[in-house]
Design a protein around this ligand. Structure first.
Ligand SMILES: C[S@@+](CC[C@H](N)C(=O)[O-])C[C@H]1O[C@@H](n2cnc3c(N)ncnc32)[C@H](O)[C@@H]1O
Length: 277
């Protein structure tokens, strides 16, 4: 019979990944693994572990192997049907929440919700809000619905192409979106984790700005007076995105930097109309 300590000596993975895979197999905590590293392992658990290690060595992202990724302190279920949540998207949620801080019962629209991380996090932070979240992928929406159920978030999920019919009715106080923004043919698409993620979540199949253009141009028709739009974009797209915001009449347009100092989120607010609402 082999032990964790012996298995560790032959393992090609970093220690953290070795532990995460064994935690998955044995259903135990990391501290348990450290305390029991000389306990004998069963053949069945070794076989289960080996299957996971083979996937990881082949490059499959840990989030898909574990079926989970943490976002803003909560565990979200992820499958290969959805983008793996990124830490910089937490800034999009903060920006969206800040935009409606002074509104009661705000109406929120999350375009391209994927696993639901943005809409669900906002719904949980603002239980008084009405949150609608859309995606063009039914497979992604079923992951998002599962996450909303398990986290106890109330929001309406709709299948659709950006502002097509499902979003046509009513206006929103804030629209948030992390759309596909990697240009077609970008070398990153064939590297690392991105090889395993859905292409339709990563690239617009064009210059990287086509989904952002559709979202920014359509926003004024779907925003309330003084409503805000917050979008995530690529590391080199901030200036182009700010220009698109200004062209649609947004004010106070600003880009926010992520922890690496890169402009990742751009937002702006429509002027308040005096005689409506
Ligand atoms: C970059 S992922 C973002 C997912 C999630 N919001 C996040 O931040 O992790 C973009 C999402 O937009 C969706 N999407 C792509 N094209 C779309 C379209 N035309 N209409 C609606 N959603 C679309 C994709 O299916 C994907 O789930």
């Amino acid at each position: 019979m082999t032990t964790l300590r012996e298995r560790r000596q032959q393992c090609p993975l970093p220690l953290l990944e070795f532990h995460l895979l064994w935690q998955q197999v044995l259903g135990v905590s990391r501290s348990w693994l450290v305390a029991h590293d000389t306990d004998p392992l069963t053949d069945a658990s070794c076989r289960s572990y080996d299957a996971l290690e083979t996937r990881r060595v082949a490059g499959e992202p840990m989030a898909y192997i574990l079926g989970m990724r943490e976002f803003l302190g909560r565990d979200f279920r992820v499958t290969p049907a959805v983008l793996i949540p990124r830490p910089e998207t937490e800034l999009l949620v903060e920006c969206g929440l800040e935009a409606v801080r002074d509104r009661t019962a705000p109406r929120i629209l999350d375009l391209g919700t994927g696993s639901g991380i943005v809409g669900i996090s906002m719904a949980l932070a603002r239980p008084d809000a009405q949150v609608r979240a859309t995606d063009c992928s039914e497979a992604a929406l079923s992951v998002a619905r599962m996450n909303a159920r398990s986290l106890g978030a109330k929001l309406l999920f709709l299948l659709g192409n950006w502002y097509d019919d499902p979003c046509g009715s009513g206006t929103f106080d804030v629209i948030v979106s992390n759309p596909p923004y990697v240009p077609a043919g970008d070398a990153h698409l064939s590297c690392g984790d991105l090889r395993f993620e859905p292409a339709g979540a990563l690239t617009d199949g064009a210059d990287g700005l086509s989904a952002l253009r559709t979202i920014i141009r359509g926003a004024p028709r779907h925003l309330s007076s003084g409503g805000a739009l917050c979008v995530e974009h690529g590391f080199d797209q901030a200036a182009a995105v700010r220009t698109l915001f200004h062209a649609q009449g947004f004010r106070d347009v600003a880009s926010l930097r992520d922890l690496a100092g890169i402009e990742r989120i751009t937002w702006g607010r429509l002027p308040a109309r005096i005689f409506d609402e």
